[in-house]
Design a protein. Structure first.
Length: 233
């Protein structure tokens, strides 16, 4: 399996390129519009064929590259079940599997950061957590129908029950971390270690974070697979 972690500096977003090295079939997880040329160049240099673009959720801090990549490559766009997207080729349900030739990618529904969110378990070893579980943190829950209690439940009852050695690859990082493990996050993540469900909800409701800078443009565009929405005045 080929596995690459790519970074967008402006939004601190990770995009993941996964491919079957035998058949050269590839998938991009959470592509960023401004990085489409970079991603396509890498795909071409490695001799890969992009078959899918896979989203963890509807992003508020960047516009997805899925729409442009779909136009340029003919790949299919996939979003979590019940995501408010008008143009996806497919919605993926909890526990549903994408088989990328020899690679198995299992969706795990992880709402809470937003009302529709999924993590993806790759070959039972690498967990792409999107904005649900971050390294020593978690996604905020104060917009896009987020729910702190739901997020606490899915992290502690779904993700923290995976094997301790499972590698954790987040959708974002702001401190330079690239990868963690389930064991580390259970032991050291301050959002969950020592918190009850009620205290977690209280903590999350008092973060008072500023809105993402691109939220007004990103959310409407991402509901249309990254295509700009024209508003008639």
């Amino acid at each position: 399996m080929l596995f690459r972690q790519l970074f967008d500096n402006e939004s601190s977003t990770y995009t993941y390129l996964i491919a079957d090295e035998t058949t050269a079939a590839a998938i991009l997880v959470d592509p960023v519009l401004e990085q489409v040329e970079r991603d396509l160049q890498l795909i071409q240099e490695l001799g890969l064929t992009l078959r899918y673009c896979l989203e963890t959720h509807i992003h508020a801090d960047h516009i997805t590259g899925t729409g442009k990549l779909r136009q340029l490559t003919g790949c299919l766009g996939i979003v979590p079940e019940n995501a408010p997207v008008t143009c996806a080729d497919r919605q993926i349900r909890d526990q549903e599997i994408i088989q990328l030739d020899g690679i198995t990618i299992q969706a795990i529904a992880t709402p809470g950061h937003t009302e529709s969110h999924a993590a993806y378990l790759v070959n039972g070893e690498r967990l792409l957590t999107g904005d649900s579980l971050l390294i020593r943190g978690c996604g905020r829950t104060d917009f896009q129908s987020g729910n702190a209690g739901t997020l606490f439940d899915v992290i502690t009852q779904k993700l923290f029950t995976l094997p301790d050695e499972t590698l954790v690859y987040p959708g974002h990082d702001y401190k330079g971390f690239t990868v963690s493990t389930i064991r580390e996050e259970k032991k050291y993540n301050p959002r969950f270690q020592g918190h009850s469900r009620d205290s977690f909800i209280h903590f999350m409701s008092n973060l008072n974070l500023p809105s993402p800078q691109k939220i007004m443009a990103a959310v409407p565009a991402n509901k249309h697979c990254g295509n700009a929405v024209l508003v008639n005045n």
